[in-house]
Design a protein around this ligand. Structure first.
Ligand code: ATP
Ligand code: MG
Length: 413
């Protein structure tokens, strides 16, 4: 036997027994996002590497360590690690700033990050997300968080924790970064390697380090004082307070987390995450925030924007398993021609129908029918001669013989 080839590390097949959960989640995404007037967009899985270097940021883990990049015809191409950059590129390229604001877009699909595979972390995984362009007001932030919550509720996840924070704007954040560096500098040599390299490049990222020795250091009173200080300028404060008012009015429960900074460089003001206690250490199902400078940085006109992304594998792992659904009817017959014809007629009427293709014994066919279908449609010699079908309800065992033209009614019950 030839060597068998396995799926790549960190990637997974989504098998037929699981696909209904995916459909369920995707259908609810469409329904809930449409209820806010959001339209779906599908961007390519490959993009120019520059897009992510500029759009996600050189100091992020994603760009530094996690990108799948390759050369083709002397161009550097990358499998998308996230979809915001691609959506922003498309927004600019297609002149969507000329559309009435806000432009609201959602997406779903595979993302690729070269990470160490573990529970809740794959190298190919899927996200569903929303981006809203053209509104600077905090009402947009409130609607985005509400949209995430409505969607999670629609799939039955109503016990999740929403955490919010404000990172301010580049103006007020600059001083905060300096203050932070000043109090942390004395402990620099005791921090983990990642934190040591973040210290200069992206000091905010220190705050969400998960290494216990770093967390101990950041818990010191003089450092906590800086972390919990209010560094926001007047406008950023107003924005944040207004957002919290809206969330209160909308009964969205949230907590404030000063350590929430998110991995990406581009966030301004509002950031948020939604977490589950039932996911272990990879506990975030949703991450989002405002990115008012990104469109301009990627060559568009200055356009405020906000969005979120959710990890679909993590969402689905929180859902209860569903029984696979059954088809409407399975044709049981030893006359293959008649079976093929009946099945086809019913499919054209909108029913899901299978037949036995290998001419097995009647009893075998009935066994198969009861596994996969709600009804057995029995075409014996008598039925065929009289232009009838016996319809057996496979749940109750009840059986009726009806004219071929009347099967519809029997299948509808
Ligand atoms: P994490 O802290 O888990 O690394 P992140 O900040 O890298 O998350 P985002 O880029 O914000 O994640 O992506 C949004 C969501 O996508 C995450 O909250 C998570 O649910 C999911 N996600 C991110 N990376 C992976 C991965 N490698 N495998 C599975 N899901 C992922
Ligand atoms: Mg990550």
């Amino acid at each position: 036997m030839a060597n068998k080839i396995n799926v790549l590390k960190g990637t997974k097949d989504i098998l037929p027994q699981d696909i209904e959960m995916w459909h369920f989640v995707e259908e609810n995404a469409l329904k809930v996002f449409s209820s806010f007037g959001v339209k779906e967009i599908r961007t390519p899985i490959i993009e120019s590497t520059d897009l992510f270097q500029r759009g996600v940021g050189e100091t992020t883990d994603i760009v530094n360590k996690e990108m799948y990049t390759f050369e083709k015809s002397e161009r550097s191409i990358t499998l998308r690690p996230e979809n915001t950059a691609g959506v922003v590129r498309s927004y600019i390229e297609n002149g969507m700033h000329r559309l009435p604001a806000p432009v609201k877009l959602w997406y779903k699909g595979p993302m690729f990050r070269y990470e160490r595979p573990q529970a809740g972390r794959q190298r190919q995984f899927h996200q569903v997300g929303v981006e809203m362009f053209g509104v600077a007001q905090p009402a947009a932030d409130a609607e985005i968080i509400l949209m995430a919550e409505n969607f999670l509720k629609s799939i039955g996840l109503d016990e999740l924790d929403v955490e919010i924070n404000s990172l301010g704007c580049p103006k007020c954040r600059a001083q905060f970064k300096e203050n932070l560096k000043n109090v942390i500098r004395p402990y620099l040599n005791d921090l983990c390697e990642d934190c040591q390299s973040r210290f200069e490049k992206n000091p905010l990222r220190l705050l969400d380090c998960k290494v216990p020795t770093c967390q101990e250091i950041f818990a010191k009173p003089e450092i906590q004082e800086v972390i919990t200080s209010n560094f926001l300028c007047e406008e950023c404060t107003q924005h944040y307070e207004q957002l919290k008012n809206y969330l209160n009015e909308l009964n969205v429960k949230y907590s404030e987390n000063k350590h929430l900074v998110r991995g990406l460089d581009y966030y301004t003001r509002t950031v948020f995450e939604i977490k589950s206690n039932n996911l272990g250490s990879q506990n975030a199902v949703c991450g989002g925030g405002r990115y008012d400078n990104l469109v301009e940085e990627l060559g568009g006109e200055s356009t405020p924007a906000i969005g979120f992304a959710m990890g679909m594998e993590r969402l689905i792992s929180l859902l209860k398993e569903k029984e696979p659904s059954k088809i409407d009817g399975f044709v049981v017959s030893n006359n293959t021609t008649e079976a093929l014809k009946l099945a086809q007629e019913l499919r054209l009427q909108g029913f899901n129908i299978e037949i036995d293709l290998s001419n097995k014994k009647f009893t075998k066919q009935l066994e198969k029918a009861s596994k996969v279908a709600n009804f057995a449609l029995i075409l014996g010699e008598d039925e065929i001669n009289n232009n009838k079908v016996s319809v057996k309800n496979l749940v109750t065992g009840e059986q009726v013989t009806v004219d071929k033209g009347n099967i519809r009614q029997s299948l509808m019950v």
